[in-house]
Write a protein that binds this ligand. Structure first.
Ligand code: AMP
Ligand code: GLY
Length: 425
């Protein structure tokens, strides 16, 4: 089988790494890919923001199956375009991707299907939001979310009424989030620990994959601005068999059944962002894809021929059983450019990657890298993800940081506390 992966980050590098060399895979292609991916796959032109260019790549390269990494092409209907031509692709349709692309849709959908999530109101105008704030029913802190995709920046946690009112003004009057903020979801603040849970679905059947915990803030101790993710580990120790059973029974199955009932069957990876509260697991958000950096710690732990299960999911023939997973924990540390997340610098020479990848148990995945006159230089905010695997979380952390310490580029920054949460009793 010839498989095309869409995307160019460390998540897609991990997908390509897992698929390359599998028995049923003749060749892996990636559009557009990156230099690390280029060592394992054939990188071909294709713009994740332009579904027609991706369809053209799949046609030209006679691809048997396409797998979508990021949300952008899904939100633009890449799956609909491929399906209309009878081309196999794994991912949700544009309508099904609304679980991520519209927080209002996701919340209303959960209400319709009894899926546990924070109490909320959807507001279509500043007046609307003002009324909800004045009523005070949702309490403080109050969580305000831009409805549309806002690259992780669309959520504000307001401690008091003036902050909430100011947030509404910035979103709806000054339109700080552009169109994404023309509709806001106001919701109750949930208290608990965050974890994410990943499944693969084919519309009806579900294959539970694993769980993970992300580190979204840029600095140690969860301080500083939010980022796309500075590191992750898998599995999450919070995901006990009892919690996992509740997540599947109370969230995952009702969501998949609900999507089917509404004429919008969900096919692809589903990322369930959870708050584990005293009242049980509640949904914070859905993503209609694997996470980044979660994929980098999840995929190496899967003891499955990934190409086979992805093809089964795309064809509606996914077996309803949990994925086989290795026992070892994986810890992934993101090496970011100076200035990330606000103003990342690029063009710095990178050294030490081969050395890092030579540390036993370590893997290095590329994100913001490119070649300049043959040499590797930085080309984005998140530059690399360094993953360590070990017998224990402590071992995996040691491997990841040992490997990370061999890599350098000017201004390189990374958190020193990735995985520490997993060591707490
Ligand atoms: P989201 O983009 O919806 O995942 O929100 C980003 C982050 O805001 C989450 O990872 C949580 O840390 C936090 N958050 C979102 N919604 C809530 C909530 N209802 N209660 C507490 N924290 C929240
Ligand atoms: N790491 C969070 C995400 O991929 O959305």
């Amino acid at each position: 089988m010839r498989i095309l992966v869409i995307g160019s980050g460390a998540r897609e590098h991990a997908l390509v790494w897992k698929l390359a060399g599998e028995r049923s895979v003749a060749q892996v292609l990636c559009a557009p890919g990156n230099p690390g991916i280029g060592e394992l796959a054939q990188c071909v032109p294709g713009d994740p923001g332009d579904p027609a260019s991706l369809l053209e790549a799949a046609r030209r390269e006679a691809v048997d199956l396409t797998v979508v990494g990021p949300e952008l092409p899904l939100s633009l209907g890449v799956v609909d375009a491929f399906t209309a031509e009878g081309r196999a692709i794994l991912g949700p349709t544009r309508a099904a991707a609304s679980l991520e692309t519209s927080k209002a849709f996701a919340k209303d959908f959960m209400r319709r299907h009894g899926v546990p999530t924070a109490a909320f109101e959807v507001c279509d105008s500043a007046q609307d939001a003002g009324r909800v704030i004045a009523a005070g029913r949702l309490g403080y802190p109050l969580v305000l979310k831009a409805d549309g995709l806002a690259a992780g920046k669309g959520v504000v946690i307001a401690e008091d009424r003036p902050t909430a009112e100011e947030t509404v003004r910035l979103a709806m009057v000054e339109r700080r989030f552009a169109r994404a903020g023309d509709r806001l979801v106001l919701e109750q603040f949930l208290v608990g620990e965050e974890a994410s849970y990943f499944v693969l679905a084919d519309g009806a059947a579900v294959m539970p994959l694993s769980s993970a915990q992300d580190h979204k803030r840029v600095f140690d101790g969860d301080r500083g601005p939010n980022t796309g993710g500075m590191g992750a580990f898998a599995p999450s120790r919070l995901m006990t068999p009892e919690v996992e059973r509740r997540v599947l029974d109370e969230i995952v199955r009702p969501v998949l059944n609900g999507m089917m009932q509404e004429g919008c069957p969900y096919r692809g990876f589903l990322y369930v962002g959870l708050m584990l509260t005293a009242d049980g697991p509640q949904v914070v958000e859905f993503n209609v894809r694997l996470g980044d950096p979660e994929a980098q710690v999840l995929l190496p732990g899967l003891d499955e021929e990934l190409s086979v299960v992805l093809q089964a999911a795309a064809g509606g023939r996914l077996p309803s059983r949990p994925a086989r997973c290795r026992a070892e924990p994986h810890v992934g540390v993101v090496l970011a450019a100076a200035g990330y997340p606000e103003t990342p610098q690029s063009g710095q020479a990178i050294s030490g990657i081969d050395d890092a990848a030579g540390v036993p148990g370590a893997l290095v995945f590329h994100a913001g890298t490119r070649r300049r006159d043959g040499a590797l230089v930085t080309a984005g905010g998140r530059v690399l993800t360094v993953v360590g695997r070990g017998r224990t979380y402590g071992d995996a952390i040691d491997v990841a940081y040992q490997a990370a310490s061999r890599i350098s580029f000017e201004g390189m920054q990374y958190r020193r506390d990735i995985g520490q949460k997993a060591l707490r009793p």
